[in-house]
Ligand binder design. Structure first.
Ligand SMILES: Cc1ncc(COP(=O)(O)O)c(C=O)c1O
Length: 339
């Protein structure tokens, strides 16, 4: 039985257990629709077994050795990956998301920082190149490297080649693919690291329609369960875990793939110059406006909020929920801004 089906079963016993709302308490009632399925582990349906099965099915979908459902974001995935990999000396980007360095600290490992080039045109960080990764690996005796691909603004690394280089040199590769959860489901997006890297994390909540802060940890190396148990609560958020199962099933369905294709087609129809590798992260520049000015015009005049801005460019993040109405608003704004 799927985890979703387990939660939908509502022939509940009278529970003298956690969760203490018992499905019948004033605070719970206010949020009933959201937490209808906040079940107890003792309520006989054995959700743990259903969760194990759901994660195994997800691993089959992604073609990985293990896929774990995360209810504390990619942040917890990176920490788990560094602990599970048994890394002792880790190459880490000096401007990485804070969880990378925190993970190394928590694992009691040593860090060696590296920098990444900035694209002068857009003012944005590029992804690490395979050449740079090779030089870094050969230049120090680190046993693992964490890379961010794609970057926040959609620059992607050659994850396949970097994984080959890492494995030739006995170095484990951990990929922060927090912003690339749609990649395994479209040939028009950069290649996902899930099949190549030792560990890959993806935030479902960032681009794939998941609720905050659902994410996935994929491993082709050690089973990450034990490492995950070091940082996870022993009281799983089953409703949230079930949304992850549903999210993965949706992305893998023909309907999900159609959604992604439609999203990409809508962006292509805007006919914008492309500065990065991931079309769903729209980088806008203007010959007469700074990135900050462009961001203000979008916000003040067109009620469009960007994801992130720098001096030279501003970036609009699109995901599975970027619908027709949003594109219509954007088209109107682009017409006004670039007339
Ligand atoms: C590159 C990158 N990695 C990891 C994270 C952490 O992801 P989460 O919010 O899913 O914990 C973020 C969040 O913004 C991020 O931008």
């Amino acid at each position: 039985m799927s985890l979703i089906a387990v939660l939908k079963k509502n022939n509940r016993n009278k529970l003298f257990t956690t969760p203490s709302h018992g499905g019948n308490f004033c605070i719970y009632h206010k949020f009933y629709q959201w937490y209808k399925s906040d079940i107890s582990e003792t309520d006989t349906h054995n959700p743990q077994e259903a969760l194990d099965k759901a994660e195994k099915r997800a691993a089959e979908i992604y073609g990985t050795k293990y896929t774990k459902f995360l209810t504390n974001g990619s942040t917890s995935g990176i920490i788990t990956a560094v602990i599970a990999s048994k890394a002792k000396k880790v190459l880490v980007w000096d401007n990485s998301h804070p969880c990378h360095k925190n993970a190394i600290k928590l694992a009691g490992a040593e860090k060696v920082e590296y920098s990444v080039e900035i694209d002068n045109k857009t003012g944005l960080y590029k992804a690490i190149s395979a050449n740079q990764a090779e030089n870094l690996i050969k230049g120090c005796n680190a046993d693992s490297i964490i890379i961010t691909s794609p970057t926040y603004e959609g620059y992607a690394a050659d994850v396949k080649l970097i994984s080959e280089i890492c494995h030739k040199n006995n170095v484990k590769l951990i990929v922060d693919e927090a912003h690339g959860a749609l990649y395994p489901f479209s040939d028009e997006l950069p290649e996902s690291a899930v099949k190549y890297a030792d560990y890959t994390v993806q935030s479902l909540h960032k681009t794939a329609g998941g609720i905050n802060p659902t994410a996935l940890l994929h491993s082709n190396d050690n089973n990450p369960s034990e490492a995950l148990s070091l940082i996870n609560t022993t009281s799983p958020a089953y409703p949230m875990l079930a949304t992850i199962e549903a999210n993965v099933n949706f992305l893998n369905s023909s309907q999900g793939k159609k959604y992604i294709k439609k999203l990409i087609d809508n962006i292509k129809a805007l006919n914008l110059p492309k500065y990065n590798d991931d079309i769903t992260k729209i980088v806008l520049m203007h010959p007469e406006l700074s990135g900050y000015e462009l961001s203000s015009v979008l916000f003040d005049k067109y009620k469009i909020e960007d994801e992130r801005t720098n001096e030279k460019s501003t970036m609009l993040l699109c995901g599975i929920g970027t619908d027709k109405k949003m594109f219509e608003r954007l088209k109107k704004a682009l017409k006004g801004i670039y007339k």
